[in-house]
Design a protein around this ligand. Structure first.
Ligand code: CP
Length: 331
């Protein structure tokens, strides 16, 4: 596993000098019209998922390469299925069995996949900026499937799709995002997507798990930080619970997991009391009993399983956008 990539960082924001066209690297860089267009397309692909034979010939002959250097169930498998439903071929490489484990660089790995015929690269990596790094260095469209604590744009899109089906319009909607904002790439993509579409976002979490300037994570004036859980939840139309990212944390950020669950964990009775009408989302995987209790997750307000299904449609839309019309993989 490389520890140094030029342009990549273990900080939240990659060293970047503007959008890189033809890729999906972040929702921060994706214009609102493009976000809406991807959501429209994803919505139309939901119909394909309802069919008995979930297959359309749209991307026949294209090759999707997925390279995952961190664990994943939803993202990896939904990209895999999305590619297959569009009739593309798909090949998946995971960090522990790749030649990166023998010292090969990420760039050389991507170049090797390209030479084998890949038409696009889906990358998950622990370093923020890894997707930007590859987009600038390898002649392949790159889709960011989660880079460090920077962004997870397809998760942001599927969260938007799930809520757009309920609301239609995001203007005037209030969304509370609760938990480990500091380490959450999902929160960053959600905040950019939600505020671009017109929602207001209220953040709440332990002070040690909030970034230094959280109000700068989305469009100006649309992000604020609550001082208490009731303040964050009251009046919310949706609540997004974040996974506690213990794998990214330094020691000493939390008193104990029990206290985290008690002060910042979302339980059914708390949601029922402060925001009885709000939808509940969580990107998964869920630490049941820590950031979210099982009763809340199973309640009718919970959209957690819908999110997973919409993830496949969103990834079909993103693959279609990136690959349809692109010339063959030779050259
Ligand atoms: N939400 C999400 O990215 O889940 P996975 O880690 O299972 O892909």
């Amino acid at each position: 596993m490389p520890t140094v990539l030029q342009g990549a960082t273990n900080q939240a924001q990659p060293g970047q000098d503007g959008p890189v066209p033809g890729h999906l690297l972040s929702l921060r860089e994706t214009p609102e019209e493009e976000i809406q267009g991807l959501l429209d397309l994803a919505f139309s692909f939901l119909e394909v998922l309802e069919r008995e034979v979930k297959k359309v010939p749209t991307l026949r002959g294209k090759v999707v390469a997925c390279a995952f250097f961190e664990p994943s169930t939803r993202t990896m498998k939904s990209f895999d299925l999305a590619a297959r439903y569009l009739s593309a071929d798909v090949t998946t490489l995971t960090g522990e069995v790749s030649s990166v484990a023998k010292g090969e660089s990420l760039e050389d790995t991507a170049r090797a996949l390209r030479q084998m015929g890949a038409d696009c690269l889906v990358i998950r990596h622990p370093l923020s900026g890894a997707a930007h790094f590859l987009a600038r260095r390898v002649d392949l469209p790159v889709i960011n499937a989660g880079d460090g604590r920077h962004e997870h744009p397809t998760q942001g899109l599927l969260d938007l799709l799930t809520l757009r089906e309920r609301w239609g319009d995001f203007r005037g909607r209030k969304v509370a995002i609760v938990g480990d904002v500091l380490h959450s790439r999902v929160a960053r993509s959600d905040i950019w997507g939600l505020t671009k579409l017109g929602a207001e976002v209220c953040l709440f979490g332990p002070p040690t798990l909030l970034p230094e300037r959280p109000e700068l994570l989305g469009l100006p004036g649309r992000v604020r930080v609550a001082r208490s859980l009731p303040e964050a939840l009251e009046g919310a139309d949706a609540v997004i619970a974040l996974r506690l990212q213990r794998e990214r944390q330094k020691r000493g950020l939390l008193p104990s997991l029990e206290e985290y669950a008690s002060f910042w964990g979302l339980r059914k009775e708390i949601l029922d009391r402060w925001c009885p009408e709000a939808f509940l989302l969580h990107p998964g995987p869920v630490n049941r009993g820590l950031e979210l209790d099982g009763e809340a997750m199973e309640a009718p307000r919970s959209l957690v399983e819908e999110q997973v299904r919409r993830g496949v449609a969103v990834r079909m839309a993103v693959l279609y956008r990136v690959l349809a019309g692109r010339a063959g993989s030779s050259g």
